[in-house]
Structures are given as structure tokens and as C-alpha cells.
Design a protein around this ligand. Structure first.
Ligand code: SAM
Length: 511
């Protein structure tokens, strides 16, 4: 444990995740959907950026000036390297929250985001985060924070206690974190297999433990083995932010906006009857047994009139991130399995894909779907955003402003795909956000960028990269071993990519 880390796991780097909830375009949509006026989009700050992929993607794709800090210098160096290679002019720092507060050169920020931080830091750091909001959020500015919450985590807290205790008392410092993690998981598993009452009383905890070996070790180390780990009730969290004069606005997880798929009709009635918004939100957490919240708080909430809300939403553009044929018409959610109404969703998906997946405003979509009621289009679109199939974009002028920056970042990411499996997202200028693009597709895009013309050529180029490393194609749960098998499958994948996914990536300005 290093002295600057305040008990934070530093020995093992964090995963290279991208979090859509940090995107200014998604946060703007979340506020509009909930009926609140969005902030300006000039300056943006991310706290504790991890490997910095989200910060780099937003520095490229969002029309704001991005600042970001993480006190882990190795991670800051990785992120800086990517930012430099892409020629982006965001400001990446390796300041701790305390050091950030002491700086005299910070502007006012319209968005401050901290994904996966709050639960895993000390009370002192939490006070510093709130101070940063207090001093540096603009009027109308928003704070986005995600955190572990209750009641969802309640029954698993003793599991985390046991594993940390084992790592502390039975693990030797020289073992290193990865080994301590393995041994702590094995120890808990042994206890569970001996029928310990805790595990038999809480079968969901046993399932959580059984899923652990399949999770990335970096994630498990950071999730469970920090000195600080405090899941928090929503009401307690709201009290913390109230000291910086911030009010709860809405969830950045858009699926939470649709009570109809999260709550039974009786549960919806109980929520509606509950007058106080903090109690109402708490009820929702209890109904779905929520364990993770993604909240947007705002400094000064301005409720929009229905007319204003409708006009801002109508002008918002939306982009499809999945070929329509791949969208399942059945979803599993808190109320069980729900079928999506095909007569609404199929034509809406077709309209989104029409004209080479061009991003379209809600008004344009309504125009393309005269057979549907405007409210049906809106409700279905919001569910599709919640499912992650559709993303709310930014306006055309902003997309134009960031197009070259996104191109440079995507080129750098596709180049990294030659050496690393870590960066599986690319930046979309139309959406102002990142979308998932698997490593093999990034190799195809890289080959295409290098002038290779046909899918067969992209497959050969990808194979020439894979040949020199232990990277092989997987098919039907099997790793293909021979060059012939790999090339044949790569050619099939490249053909399918050219037909199904490339048009979509072109529509989103990525290819
Ligand atoms: C769980 S990780 C989340 C990283 C990233 N936001 C993500 O979700 O991928 C928490 C990050 O916060 C950083 N961090 C923790 N305490 C910090 C502090 N006091 N000042 C600056 N960064 C801190 C850690 O180095 C780590 O990268």
C-alpha cells in the first residue's frame, strides 16, 4: 500500500471501462426526460478517471473543455499517453481531490462526474468531493455520481468483510493483491461449501461468490478489497450533497425513468402516493432491491413546462447502436419478462436505421412514423435508450466541431487494438459519446483506414496482427487453433461486419 493512496488499491490497475452515464449528451437527455433544464456545456470535470478512457472519449467527442484527475500516477500516465497520441487538448492531472481543491486555476464546471468513486473512498475524500462541487459547479451545473447502495448490498456486506479480513490477517504483504484476492475467494467458497448458515440463509450471496471467478481480477480487487467501502442509502447520500446546495434531479441510468418496466402497477401506485421525493426514490430502491445508483444532482433545478420539455426533446437527435435485427423483443426486468410491442418497436428501429443510420431528431422520427402516436414513439425511444440500444446525440453543429478529434482518437484506439485487448470503445461525434466496438472490429477498421479495400483484405490484415501473439478467434465457445480456421472465420466475421455493423458505425461518424 502506498502512502498517497489513503487505503485505495493501487497495486493493480483499474479496468479500461467506458461509462456512458458520464457523457454530457446522455446527462442532458436524462434531465430533459425528467423535466429539468439542462446546464450549459462548456467545462467538464471527471474525478478519479481510472484508466481515463471515458475522459479521453469525452475530450474528443463532447463539445466541452475536459478536465480530469486521478491520483494514481501510472493510470494518469496511461491516459495522458492516449490523449497525446490523439492530439486532444483536455487537461489530465494526477492530483488527489485535496490537491485539486488547492489549485487556483480551475474554471467553473457545468458537469462534474465521479463514476465508481464515492463508495470506495474515505469520509475525508467524500468531504473533498462535496467541496469541489460546492466551489466549482456552475449555476445549473450537474454532479453525477455512482455508488453502491442499500438495500441491494445489505446481505453481501459480511461477505466483503470476511474476504478483506482474510486478506489482512492470513495474506502476507509479499503475496501481492492478486494472490490475496484468489485466496480470499477460495476461503469464502470453502466456508460456503461447508453449508455455513450465512450462505444458506442468503443464497443470493452464494451466487455472487460463485460469479466472482469469472470477473476481471482488477475489478474484484477494486470492488471488494479497498480499505474503504461504504454502500449508502439514497437519503444519506442526498444529505451529503445538500451541504453543497445540490438537489436530486434524476437517474443517469435511463431505464430507471420508466416505472412501468421496473414496478408492478400496485408498486407504481404506492410510489405515486408518496409525497416526498426522497422517500419516493427510497421506495423505488426497496422495490427493485437496488444495489447501484447512478444519480444526477443539480445546483438549482429548473422545472421545464411541458411545452418547453417537448420542444427541447423534439430537437434532440438519437442514434441507433445495434442493427435492428439484433434487438430482442423480450426484455427481462424487475417486473419479470416483458414483451416489447412489435408494432411500435419494429418500425421505430427501422426508422432509426433508415438513411444509413443517420442520427435523427425525435421530430424527424415522429414524421417517419405517422401511424404511431407521438407519445408511443417517445416512450419506446426512452426504453430503447434505457436498454442501451439507442443513444441521445448532440446537435449537428457540435458533431461537426468534434469530428476530426474523434477521428484522431479512434485511429489511436484502433492502433492500440493491435497490441492490447483493453480498449473496446470508439468515440462517436454524432453522439458525443463512446460506443462498444470489439477488438476484432477495431482491427478491421484499422486495416480499412490503412487502405485495405475488401473484407477479405481486412481479415488478412487482422490475421497478420494476431499471428505474432496469443490472440485467436473464438467460435462456438472454442478457441480456433490453426491459421486456416482463423483466417476462414475472420473472413466470415469481416463480411458480416461490412454488411451489418459498418453502415451503423458510418452513420455514427465512427468509420
Ligand atoms: C473504482 S476506480 C473508478 C475509476 C473510473 N472512474 C471507472 O469507473 O472506471 C476509483 C478511482 O479513483 C481514484 N481515486 C481514489 N481516491 C482518489 C483521490 N483521493 N484523489 C484522486 N483520485 C482518487 C483511484 O485511483 C481510482 O482510479
Amino acid at each position: 500500500m502506498t502512502s498517497w493512496s489513503d487505503g485505495y488499491v493501487t497495486e493493480i490497475g483499474y479496468t479500461h471501462g467506458y461509462y456512458r452515464e458520464l457523457a454530457p449528451s446522455l446527462q442532458r437527455f436524462a434531465l430533459l426526460s425528467a423535466g429539468f433544464a439542462p446546464p450549459r456545456q462548456q467545462n467538464y470535470l471527471e474525478l478519479g478517471f481510472g484508466q481515463g478512457l471515458s475522459a479521453c472519449i469525452h475530450a474528443a467527442a463532447a463539445p466541452c473543455r475536459v478536465w480530469a484527475t486521478d491520483f494514481n500516477p501510472t493510470q494518469a500516465f496511461n491516459a495522458q499517453d492516449l490523449m497525446d497520441e490523439a492530439g486532444l487538448d483536455g487537461t489530465l492531472l494526477d492530483d488527489s481531490f485535496a490537491e485539486l481543491l488547492a489549485r487556483g486555476d480551475l474554471p467553473e464546471f457545468d458537469h462534474i462526474g465521479a463514476h465508481g468513486i464515492w463508495t470506495w473512498v474515505s469520509d475525508e475524500s467524500r468531504h473533498q468531493i462535496v467541496d469541489i462541487f460546492d466551489r466549482h459547479l456552475s449555476i445549473g451545473g450537474i454532479a453525477y455520481l455512482s455508488y453502491n447502495t442499500l438495500p441491494g448490498w445489505g446481505s453481501s456486506m459480511p461477505l466483503r468483510h470476511l474476504m478483506c479480513l482474510h486478506a489482512d490477517l492470513a495474506g502476507a504483504p509479499a503475496q501481492g493483491i492478486p494472490r490475496k484476492v484468489e485466496e480470499a475467494i477460495a476461503y469464502a467458497n470453502r466456508l460456503s461449501s461447508l453449508g455455513a448458515g450465512y450462505f444458506t440463509t442468503h443464497p443470493e450471496v452464494r451466487e455472487r461468490l460463485e460469479r466472482m471467478p469469472a470477473l476481471e481480477r482488477n475489478y474484484v480487487a477494486h470492488e471488494y478489497f479497498n480499505r474503504n467501502w461504504e454502500p449508502m442509502h439514497f437519503a444519506d447520500f442526498a444529505n451529503w450533497l445538500a451541504t453543497a446546495r445540490l438537489d436530486y434531479a434524476t437517474s443517469a441510468h435511463i431505464f430507471d425513468h420508466a416505472d412501468e418496466v421496473n414496478l408492478s402497477p400496485d408498486a407504481q401506485a404506492m410510489v405515486r402516493e408518496t409525497g416526498h421525493e426522497i422517500l419516493r426514490e427510497t421506495l423505488r430502491d426497496y422495490f427493485v432491491n437496488r444495489y447501484f445508483r447512478r444519480d444526477i444532482f443539480q445546483r438549482g433545478r429548473r422545472r421545464l413546462s411541458a411545452l418547453e420539455q417537448n420542444s427541447l426533446l423534439q430537437a434532440t437527435r438519437f442514434g441507433l447502436q445495434i442493427p435492428p435485427a439484433d434487438v430482442s423483443m423480450t426484455i427481462t426486468c424487475a417486473v419479470g419478462e416483458v414483451g416489447l410491442q412489435e408494432t411500435i418497436y419494429r418500425p421505430l428501429l427501422q426508422a432509426l436505421a433508415a438513411d444509413g443510420y443517420k442520427v435523427k431528431t425525435l421530430l424527424e422520427l415522429r414524421g417517419l412514423l405517422p401511424q404511431l402516436q407521438p407519445v408511443q414513439v417517445w416512450q419506446a425511444l426512452r426504453i430503447l435508450v434505457g436498454l442501451g440500444h439507442v443513444f441521445p446525440g448532440q446537435d449537428a453543429a457540435a458533431a461537426e466541431q468534434v469530428r476530426d478529434r474523434c477521428k484522431r482518437l479512434n485511429r489511436a484506439l484502433c492502433r492500440r487494438a493491435r497490441f492490447s485487448p483493453d480498449f473496446v470503445f470508439l468515440a462517436s461525434p454524432e453522439l458525443g459519446a463512446g460506443i462498444a466496438v470489439p477488438r476484432i472490429e477495431q482491427l478491421f477498421l484499422g486495416a480499412r483506414d490503412d487502405g485495405h479495400k475488401t473484407p477479405d483484405d481486412w481479415a488478412q490484415a487482422a490475421w497478420s496482427v494476431m499471428l505474432g501473439q496469443a490472440f485467436r478467434v473464438r467460435k462456438d465457445d472454442r478457441t480456433l487453433e490453426t491459421p486456416e480456421e482463423n483466417v476462414a472465420e475472420l473472413k466470415r466475421l469481416a463480411g458480416e461486419f461490412a454488411e451489418k455493423r459498418l453502415p451503423m458505425l458510418q452513420g455514427l461518424g465512427i468509420a
